[in-house]
Design a protein around this ligand. Structure first.
Ligand code: AMP
Ligand code: ZN
Length: 470
């Protein structure tokens, strides 16, 4: 079966065909940096991470762009309230966001452009829209997009125009009444004295960009006028992505994006986690309760991206056991490798690897079916366990390499092994330092402590080696 994704544009699973052979151009809407993102937002970024990691696993060269929205009403208001310069304020939350990525082992996208650094690109799109008669000025000098003139408007969201009108009216704020049509959206917002020192002088007046134009400008700059995949949470289908399509296609007259992928929400107690509802917690909140970051990653990863994820804190404790299974498995493999046994390669291993790989890939090819992919890995581990006494070092190396291959997509297996090894190495170094100082009492105590943990030290001419007690 070929690689398939569910495309929101057609509401169907479709075979993935890239525009340029072997390359994938992928845009995922990034954060608005005015506070810490919540665990629901992080679900969206874990989904983007799974997608990019799997595309890389399949051999594609990926260019993944994720914008940083560092200009927006809430940002301006909060920075002013705190009397902080905009840049200082947004940089802090941008860094915090990247720290969250690191903690959750989320790969950093190739390009992370900031909206404030792409004003000329946004103006360029507005100029092209103007040429195509797809702009108008409102009384206050803001520039709007007249959606009535864009025939395909609302195609992504499958909106029926009458319903759309009602929807938009519901959301209208008092200061938006001067639009021709309630459904129109701002490309460029004219300066308001509440914006303080936040403005740009442009051919469309003094002011700041509308939100949607940012993503059209940054995606086009780095990925081209047409690219492969655009993603985000389902709440972005309308109006954000709908408006991005209208602006981009209105300006270029080319198809903007081939595949639109959207993750379902993370919910708590039956409701979408969101800042406005106040029912949210951040990664920091969970880490303060001493949950392991990899258990959090696992929880966010293990539900299919198009299914709602009912986030349950009590699950995180149970997940540690799952993660320890990975760790134990690697320890067993390492022991077999270290023994350098003379056993012949076991031909069953090749079959097990081949079957596991097929099951893993078949699952993920099918619109990233993560639960079946995880099941394939566990079933592989189970089968290997049954024959572990008949494995040669060569077999164990092959199995380990395959597990690492799976983990290049999952990113949940390696953490504890590394920290464990680091911990042992630190203790060995401390013991060495003590021995140099002829403090044998301390040196022996460190060795005995390690022994209690099941770690045996061997003094060899090449230095100290450690192994796990069998
Ligand atoms: P925002 O900061 O609201 O623009 O959201 C950033 C990203 O997180 C977007 O892709 C949203 O669709 C996504 N998102 C927001 N809330 C949730 C949630 N509760 N579950 C999953 N994704 C979410
Ligand atoms: Zn966006």
């Amino acid at each position: 079966m070929p690689l398939q994704f569910y495309n929101t544009l057609t509401r169907k699973k479709e075979e993935f065909k890239e525009l340029e052979k072997g390359k994938v151009k992928f845009y995922f809407c990034g954060p608005t940096v005015y506070n810490h993102v919540h665990i629901g937002n992080l679900r969206a970024y874990i989904f983007a991470d799974l997608l990019r990691r799997y595309l890389k696993y399949k051999g594609y060269k990926i260019t993944h762009v994720m914008n940083i929205t560092d200009i927006e009403d809430k940002i301006i208001k909060t920075a002013q309230k705190l009397k902080k310069p905009l840049k200082e304020f947004t940089s802090f939350y941008e860094q915090a966001f990247l720290d969250d990525f690191k903690t959750l082992n989320i790969e950093i996208p190739e390009i992370m452009p900031r909206a404030t650094e792409h004003i000329p690109e946004m103006i360029n799109i507005i100029k092209n829209l103007e040429k195509n008669k797809l702009t108008y000025k409102s009384q206050d000098g803001s520039t709007y997009f007249p959606i009535i003139k864009f025939k395909k408007y609302g195609e992504l969201a499958k909106l029926d125009p009458s319903h759309l009108k009602k929807n938009a009216e519901g959301r209208m704020k008092a200061d938006e009444y001067e639009k021709d049509d309630a459904r129109d959206f701002a490309l460029w917002k004219s300066y308001d004295k509440e914006d303080g020192d936040v403005f740009w002088e442009t051919p469309y007046g003094k002011g700041r960009p509308g939100w949607h134009i940012e993503c059209s400008a940054m995606s086009t700059k780095y990925l081209g006028e047409s690219f492969d995949i655009h993603g985000g949470g389902v709440d972005l289908i309308f109006p954000h992505h709908t408006n991005e399509i209208a602006q981009s296609e209105g300006a270029t007259k080319k198809k903007f994006v081939n595949y639109w992928l959207h993750n379902a929400h993370l919910i708590v107690n039956g409701e979408k986690m969101s800042k406005s509802k106040g029912n949210f917690f951040t990664l920091r909140d969970l880490l303060n309760k001493e949950y392991h970051p990899m258990a959090i990653r696992y929880e966010l990863l293990a539900t299919h991206y198009r299914a709602q994820l009912d986030f349950r804190e009590d699950n995180l404790k149970k997940l540690i056991e799952v993660l320890e299974k990975f760790q134990e498995f690697f320890i067993v493999l390492d022991e077999i490798i270290k023994k350098k046994s003379k056993k012949q390669p076991n031909h069953v291993v090749d079959h097990l690897i081949r079957d596991a790989k097929t099951a893993f890939e078949t699952a993920l090819d099918d619109d990233l079916n993560i639960s079946e992919a995880l099941a394939a890995v566990f079933s592989f581990m189970h089968s290997v366990h049954k024959i572990k006494d008949d494995l040669s070092s060569f077999d164990a190396e092959k199995i380990k390499a395959e597990m690492e291959n799976f983990d290049s997509v999952l990113g949940v297996m390696q953490f504890k092994r590394e920290s464990l090894e680091k911990d042992i190495k630190e203790k060995i170094n401390l013991r060495e330092a003590a021995r140099k100082k002829k403090d044998f009492k301390t040196a022996d105590k460190i060795r005995d402590d390690l022994k209690v943990q099941g770690i045996i030290l061997e003094d060899t001419p090449e230095g100290v080696r450690w192994k796990r007690q069998l």
